[in-house]
Design a protein around this ligand. Structure first.
Ligand code: BGC
Length: 518
């Protein structure tokens, strides 16, 4: 990379967190809000009796017929009900692939706008739905909105944020996801009290509010200097960079951006590049981190907490209230991560969170096995039992919220070198969406089939992921992104994949030859 003042280990471009950048962070936060609102709203709505009666009468019938004396594990098992929840993630996965082209060719802002508008239409359709297909089409539109937003917002954010603030901005995105989930839980709790049973319309239609904020926010923002440079608008890009950095001279950073853009244009196929042996560690984590994040089982609670609490014999209101409590714990524990992730490092939180989740999974499994056994027949549920279960779930959620939650987005975004960053980030987002979809779609069937063993399934994955982090993830705290390549060269396992300087030169020549041939 050209130019740049070297300070200690890293370059020090001038510029602080200006108002312009702050507004950008708010817009990014709105992107997280719509994602979180969706995660939180569907579980609550699908536990509302009037909603079930109107759209899923079979599930309602089964739920009311199954009395306390029969198998509670299977009372919500319905493929159409899970399709309602999970259709969104499939749509988001496909949309994020399309969005990567739109974002590159037309700029980040256009993708954000497309995301906001599609999401808004989906929310409207859901709010006025009169049949199940209107609901599902609405959710597909929401999913497309989220796919576009999640692809473009983090990119926009990391391109606009001054490098010193990039980490904090990143966890802010997770914080806004958790705030979205919490707001959705509160909205569900409030609207479920409405007499007449149409509160679910307000819950689903309420998604219009974060969508409108997001659309207005996107309209007020200019595109990133990186995107402008990529599209040949050099003068505009320089003016934009001067504005967002709030200083008189941005030459060094601007020259580096131009050079980075030229370098990245030389690579004709970043996707093909991912297959190269030297990128094995990064690609491994681009897949493993989102995969493991979903296999913690966290979304079982995010999507289905009220359903799960109802399964365990809580009443309608108690279920929604408990979901509200778990949502609040999720948000508060994420703040802990913002404050301490740079102090103790990524590995510490991954390992601490993994152990905490594992221990709580044992408690939750034990509690469910003790009362529900294999037949799913709990008999009378005492108060101490309900409190113990909610408490164990809260401690589990806190464990996720200061470890795999934020780190699942932060670590991948800081380990990819520039030449594969955008392609590898797409892999990261896609894997996250595939497994979010997978968990949402099969959880209720798994609960019915595996009973309390379901939690043992997630427990095994938590042990595995904790071991993988312990053995294979080097610490990334406090290392500038451009120097991140060095951590693999020193790692006991990954060093065999990463070429030393001479081999690297030879490889650059080979790549050039390959590309010339093409
Ligand atoms: C995950 C979501 C999850 C949320 C919970 C995010 O990091 O990607 O799947 O629902 O955290 O807070």
């Amino acid at each position: 990379m050209a130019g740049g003042v070297i300070s200690g280990n890293s370059k020090a471009y001038p510029g602080e967190l200006t108002w312009k950048v702050f507004v950008t962070c708010l817009v990014a936060a709105c992107g997280g809000l719509i994602f979180g609102y969706d995660i939180g709203i569907s579980g609550g709505v699908t536990s509302m009796t009037p909603f079930l009666k109107e759209f899923f009468p079979d599930v309602y019938k089964k739920e009311s017929e199954i009395k306390a004396s029969s198998n509670q594990y299977c009372k919500f098992n319905s493929a159409t009900l899970t399709m309602f929840t999970s259709s969104l993630y499939l749509a988001a996965l496909l949309a994020s692939c399309v969005a990567s082209f739109v974002t590159k060719a037309c700029g980040r802002k256009i993708s954000m706008l497309v995301g906001g508008i599609t999401f808004c239409v989906g929310a409207l359709l859901n709010g006025i739905a009169v049949n199940v297909w209107m609901l599902i089409v609405g959710r597909i539109l929401l999913g497309i909105g989220i796919g576009f937003a999640n692809q473009s917002v983090p990119l926009y954010l990391s391109e606009v944020a001054p490098y010193k603030w990039r980490g904090a901005c990143n966890v802010l995105f997770q914080l806004s996801i958790t705030v979205g989930i919490l707001v959705a839980n509160a909205v569900n709790y409030g609207f479920a009290q409405i007499k007449g049973g149409w509160g679910w319309r307000l819950s689903l239609g309420g998604a219009i509010v974060p969508a409108i904020i997001f659309i207005i926010g996107s309209l007020t923002l200019a595109d990133t200097p990186n995107s402008l440079i990529q599209r040949g608008k050099l003068q505009e890009a320089k003016e934009r960079l001067l504005k967002i950095r709030g200083v008189d001279n941005v030459d060094e950073e601007f020259n580096d951006l131009v050079e980075a853009s030229e370098q990245s244009k030389k690579i004709k196929s970043p996707w093909f590049n991912l297959l190269k042996r030297k990128y094995r560690p990064q690609v491994f984590f681009a897949i493993a981190i989102p995969f493991f994040q979903q296999l913690t089982g966290m979304n079982v609670f995010m999507f289905y907490a009220p359903v799960l609490f109802k399964t365990m014999g809580f009443g309608d209101n108690a279920s929604l209230l408990s979901a509200l409590i778990t949502g609040a714990v999720n948000t508060l524990a994420t703040i802990v991560s913002i404050l301490l992730v740079d102090k103790f490092g990524r590995r510490f939180w991954f390992l601490q969170g993994g152990i905490q989740m594992f221990v709580m999974q044992i408690v939750i499994t034990g509690a469910i096995a003790f009362k529900f056994g294999f037949n799913g027949n709990p008999g009378e549920l005492e108060k101490w039992y309900s409190i113990l279960v909610v408490l164990a779930i809260c401690i589990y959620i806190a464990g996720f919220a200061w470890s795999w939650g934020p780190l699942g987005w932060l670590v991948p975004s800081e380990i990819f070198p520039l030449e594969i960053r955008s392609a590898a980030q797409s892999v990261n987002v896609s894997v996250n969406m595939i497994f979010t979809f997978f968990i949402a779609q099969i959880f209720l069937q798994m609960l019915c089939a595996l009973r309390f063993f379901l939690f043992v399934f997630f427990m095994i994955w938590v042990v595995l992921m904790t071991i993988v982090i312990y053995l294979y993830l080097p610490e990334t705290k406090g290392i500038p992104i451009e120097e991140m390549a060095g951590i693999w060269k020193e790692h006991w396992y990954w060093k065999r994949f990463v070429p030393v300087a001479d081999e690297e030169m030879a490889e650059v020549k080979d790549t050039k030859k390959d590309e010339d041939k093409n």
